[in-house]
Design a protein. Structure first.
Length: 166
């Protein structure tokens, strides 16, 4: 119910905001390059938490279902946070793989430039997949703002769920 969703919202926002503040404010945490991946993950998870009330508003009123801008924005913002989280986890997994398999040469790869470039690439991929519904949607033929009706089947199955491995 709304009480449970309220606690989930608070936990997501508070937990990720504290993680971001800890990394940003602590010089020691900022000196570890792999913590920047954690910072990127916390930012995307914070975005998920902040967009949760917007997504839940569609269950409270039918007005939002009939406005194209709000309907498409629903899928863009939810996908932005979720895809950002998944791509950040992939970047963390690759970083940890390199650290474990090549421990003696890890410091050569884990430079400030490498980490920032990897994070920028993950967010470019996130943006490119998250903005697809703006240009490719079936809003006019849908009756409600539901992912199966608004997004084309090909877009929905191949681009929207691919990052989530469904």
């Amino acid at each position: 119910s709304w009480i449970v969703e309220g606690f989930i919202f608070i936990a997501i926002v508070l937990g990720n905001a504290l993680t971001i503040m800890a990394i940003v404010w602590s010089r020691r945490l900022r000196s570890v390059m792999s913590n920047y991946f954690i910072l990127s993950l916390a930012a995307s998870d914070l975005l998920v938490g902040l967009t949760l009330p917007y997504h839940l508003a569609f269950y409270m009123t039918d007005t939002l279902h009939h406005k194209k801008f709000f309907c498409i924005l629903r899928f863009v913002v939810v996908n932005l946070g979720c895809t950002g989280s998944v791509y950040s986890l992939i970047a963390i997994a690759i970083d940890r793989y390199i650290a474990i398999v090549y421990p003696l040469s890890y410091n050569v790869y884990a430079t400030h430039r490498y980490v920032l470039l990897t994070i920028v690439i993950t967010w470019i991929c996130t943006l490119s997949t998250s903005l697809i519904p703006i240009y490719w949607n079936n809003f006019e033929s849908s009756r409600r703002c539901i992912i199966d009706e608004v997004l084309p089947r090909y877009c929905h199955s191949n681009f929207y769920h691919l990052p989530f491995l469904h």
